[in-house]
Design a protein around this ligand. Structure first.
Ligand SMILES: N[C@@H](CCOP(=O)(O)O)C(=O)O
Length: 434
C-alpha cells in the first residue's frame, strides 16, 4: 500500500516509510491510497467473531499487502491483550469502554500496535541508529506511548507535555518511568508541544543527526488500529440486536479517534452518523456551523486530553470528504461543553445510573443525551478511566473513586522531567545534545 500526503506536495511512500517518518516531508499527514471496503459476509457474521478475529481482519485490510499474515496477526493479538467491551448505561445509551489497557486510556490500542510494528520494521532492518519517538501529549497519549515502548531496544521516547495542564496521575504515568523514556515539561499548551514535535521533523540538521518519528495520531500506525474497536463495538451491539440506527459519539481533541471511526465507516461499518463531542476547545464545532476552520490557542479544561486548538487530523477528515463541508456536516454533528456542564453530567449520570464517567466520556455521553433522535441507539467512547481524574470526578459525583492497582503502581516512582521553553530553538538544542 502506498501512502500519500494530505498536502500532496511530496512523493508517495510505502508503509514502513510512513511509519518511520510519521509526518510527510511537506508537513502533511499520510493517508492510505486505498481504503478497502470489507465484504457483506464479514458484516453478516461479525457478531459471531471475537475481538481478535475482527481486529485481524481489519488489520489485513489496512496492512495485509505489506506484512505477512502470520506476523500481522501476532502484532494484533499482542496489542489487544485486553478487552474493549460495550456496557449499557441506560436505555439506548451504551459506553464503549476503552480504559481496560495498561495505562487506562484508549491510546493503549494504537500505541501498543505502533510499538510492535516499529519493532518489526527495526528487526527487519537489523540494528542501526536509535529511533527517537517524539510525542506531544495533553494527558493520555504520553503514558500509552511511553509504556508501549518502555525498555524496547533501539528506541528512545521523548514525551512533551504542557506544564501544569495534565492531571497529577497522568503526569506520574510518564515522568516516573526512566529508562528509555524522557519527559519534557513545556512551558506552554498542548499545541506548543505538537508544534515543537512537527518542527523537529522538518529540521534537516536534526533529521541528519537522529532518526525521528511521531507516535501521535499523525502516525498512521497509531491512528488506524483505533478502527478495530469500532468494528468490535458494532459486533457486540449486533449480538444484542441493537445495531440498527447506530450513532457513535466521540470525545474529540486531536480528532485521531473519530477519524479512525470515519475510516471504519468508509470500509462499510453500518453506522448511521457520528457526533464529535468537544469541551470548550470548540474549533471543529464552529467549523460545522460556519464552514470555516479557525484554529485558536487551546484553553485549559477538566477534560484536558481534549485541550487542542488546532486538531491535526482535521486535515485527514477534509481529505476523506474532498474538502466538502456539506459531506462532513451531513455525517458528523457536534456539541461543545464548558467545564460546568461536564461536571454536572458526571454528577447526574452517576446519580441516575451509578455509572462513573470520566470528564472526556462525559462529553460523549452528554452529546448523545442532547443529540440522539427517536429510533436511534447511541454509543459513546469512554476514552479513559475516571480514576485518572480522581479529584475532579470525586468532586463532581460526591463519592470516592477507587484507583485500580495498575494505576496506583505508577504513583510510586520519582518524577523526573526536563524543563523546556516553547521555543523551537531550545528544543532543538536539547535534542542536538542527546
Ligand atoms: N488527546 C491527546 C492529545 C494528542 O492526541 P493524539 O491522539 O494525536 O496522540 C493526549 O491525551 O495526549
Amino acid at each position: 500500500m502506498k501512502y500519500y500526503s494530505t498536502n500532496r506536495a511530496t512523493p508517495v511512500v510505502d508503509l514502513e516509510e510512513a511509519v518511520v517518518k510519521g509526518l510527510a516531508a511537506d508537513r502533511g499527514l499520510f493517508m492510505p491510497e486505498t481504503i478497502r471496503p470489507l465484504p457483506k459476509e464479514f458484516f453478516d457474521t461479525i457478531d459471531r467473531l471475537s475481538f481478535h478475529e475482527i481486529a485481524c481482519r481489519v488489520a489485513e485490510a489496512f496492512f495485509g499487502e505489506d506484512i505477512p499474515k502470520e506476523d500481522l496477526d501476532r502484532i494484533v493479538c499482542d496489542t489487544l491483550a485486553f478487552d474493549c467491551p460495550v456496557a449499557e448505561v441506560e436505555d439506548r445509551i451504551y459506553s464503549l469502554e476503552l480504559f481496560h489497557g495498561p495505562t487506562l486510556a484508549f491510546k493503549d490500542v494504537g500505541a501498543r500496535f505502533m510499538a510492535r510494528l516499529l519493532r518489526y520494521f527495526i528487526g527487519k532492518r537489523g540494528a542501526g541508529r536509535t529511533v527517537n519517538v517524539l510525542v506531544a501529549t495533553s494527558g493520555d497519549t504520553g503514558s500509552a506511548v511511553a509504556n508501549g515502548f518502555l525498555g524496547v531496544d533501539g528506541i528512545h521516547v521523548y514525551v512533551l507535555y504542557p506544564k501544569g495542564k495534565v492531571s497529577p496521575i497522568q503526569e506520574c504515568q510518564f515522568t516516573t518511568l526512566g529508562r528509555n523514556v524522557t519527559a519534557v515539561e513545556v512551558d506552554g499548551v498542548f499545541d506548543d508541544c505538537q508544534r515543537l514535535v512537527k518542527s523537529a521533523f522538518m529540521d534537516s540538521e536534526l533529521c541528519e543527526k537522529m532518526t525521528l518519528t511521531s507516535a501521535n495520531s499523525i502516525n498512521v500506525a497509531r491512528f488506524l488500529p483505533q478502527a478495530f474497536y469500532y468494528f468490535n463495538a458494532y459486533a457486540r451491539m449486533k449480538a444484542l440486536g441493537k445495531a440498527s440506527e447506530l450513532v457513535i459519539s466521540v470525545p474529540s481533541g486531536n480528532f485521531g479517534n473519530i477519524t479512525a471511526g470515519l475510516f471504519a465507516h468508509r470500509m462499510g461499518l453500518p453506522v448511521k452518523r457520528f457526533i464529535a463531542a468537544n469541551n470548550s476547545n470548540d474549533i471543529f464545532y464552529n467549523y460545522l456551523f460556519t464552514g470555516t476552520y479557525s484554529p485558536k490557542a487551546s484553553v485549559q479544561t477538566i477534560a484536558n486530553a481534549m485541550d487542542v486548538g488546532d486538531p491535526s487530523n482535521f486535515a485527514r477528515i477534509l481529505d476523506l470528504y474532498d474538502n466538502s463541508h456539506e459531506r462532513i456536516s451531513s455525517l458528523i454533528s457536534g456539541f461543545a461543553y464548558p467545564d460546568s456542564r461536564i461536571r454536572l453530567t458526571m454528577h447526574d449520570c452517576y446519580a441516575a445510573t451509578g455509572y462513573l464517567l470520566d470528564p472526556h466520556g462525559a462529553c460523549g455521553y452528554q452529546a448523545l443525551k442532547d443529540g440522539l433522535q427517536p429510533g436511534e441507539t447511541g454509543i459513546f467512547l469512554e476514552t479513559a478511566h475516571p480514576a485518572k481524574f480522581k479529584e475532579t470526578v470525586e468532586a463532581a459525583v460526591e463519592a470516592p473513586v477507587a484507583i485500580p492497582d495498575r494505576l496506583a503502581a505508577f504513583m510510586n516512582g520519582e518524577k523526573k522531567s526536563v524543563a523546556m521553553s516553547a521555543d523551537f530553538s531550545d528544543f532543538k538544542d536539547f535534542l542536538m545534545r542527546q
